[in-house]
Design a protein around this ligand. Structure first.
Ligand code: ADP
Ligand code: ADP
Length: 228
């Protein structure tokens, strides 16, 4: 579960006077449970690509599927964590995590078990009743990751999720993300312009170039034996 196929993806932003080709001929397959990072300079179309996979924006051409199903609009099969992706400020940390399951009608007690499980993984058990404004930036992103994954998406879409954090917090978050990914075995499509981050996190790195946004390189990252 969680195989993404992108074929001949095109995106042209058009206004009355101008046309801008943001993505040209993107072909990409992301395997089940793969951690793939898209790396590229600012403006090469990374966010556009991710928003299209998220279903937040329509392509002007091409085909996209998750496990063979065409992507039409946002869906619970795709969880999202973005840099400035705000938590619901009027909900507590626990309520934020339970939000998706609650919408789906998961019973209260099951939801409780689920949020407790995630609070433990993100090490915020003592903040269950806190509100987002009482948390640091790193803590908020931990909750955002838990909220996305508590909804059991097949795919986790992350757009520079740690871009606003200081170096130390960023490293802690990257380690936590790998731990969670290894345990949950979800497909991750991660976007960054930070090459160190891409190398640290990914199994595979796809490099994009700008004008027009397109794929120009691809690398497989070798992992030490104990981590596959
Ligand atoms: P990245 O995430 O790699 O920085 P983006 O996907 O945000 O790149 O943007 C790619 C290009 O598309 C940029 O030149 C940007 O200005 C342009 N772009 C993005 N969104 C729009 C839009 N809604 N209308 C017109 N141009 C856009
Ligand atoms: P555990 O306590 O073993 O971690 P969970 O509390 O995660 O178990 O899940 C309990 C039950 O609820 C499981 O049968 C699981 O399939 C179901 N479940 C968990 N999350 C969801 C969800 N987001 N939507 C629907 N069912 C769910």
């Amino acid at each position: 579960q969680g195989r993404i196929e992108i074929r001949g993806l095109q995106k042209v932003y058009a206004s009355a006077k101008t046309q801008f080709e943001a993505l040209r001929d993107i072909d990409l397959t992301i395997a089940e449970n793969e951690f793939l990072t898209i790396l590229g300079p600012s403006g090469c179309g990374k966010s556009t690509l991710l928003r299209i996979v998220a279903g937040l924006e329509d392509p002007t051409g091409g085909e996209l599927t998750v496990d063979g199903d065409a992507i039409i609009g946002p869906g619970a099969d795709r969880g999202m964590v973005f840099q400035g992706y705000t938590l619901f400020p009027w909900l507590t940390v626990r309520e934020n995590i339970e939000y998706g399951p609650k919408l789906k009608g998961v019973p209260t007690l099951v939801r409780r078990g689920l949020s407790s499980h995630w609070l433990k993984i993100i090490r915020l058990e003592s903040f269950a009743k806190s509100y987002p404004k009482q948390l640091s930036g790193g803590m908020k992103q931990r909750v955002a990751i838990a909220r996305a994954l508590a909804n059991r998406p097949k795919v986790l879409l992350m757009d520079e999720p740690f871009g606003a954090l200081d170096a130390q917090t960023k490293l802690e978050m990257q380690e936590m993300l790998l731990e969670v990914w290894e345990r949950e075995k979800t497909t991750v499509l991660f976007i960054t312009h930070d090459i160190d981050e891409a190398i640290f996190l990914s199994q595979r790195i796809v490099v994009m170039g700008a004008n027009p946004g397109r794929i120009i390189r691809e690398f497989q990252v070798e992992l030490p034996n104990e981590r596959t």
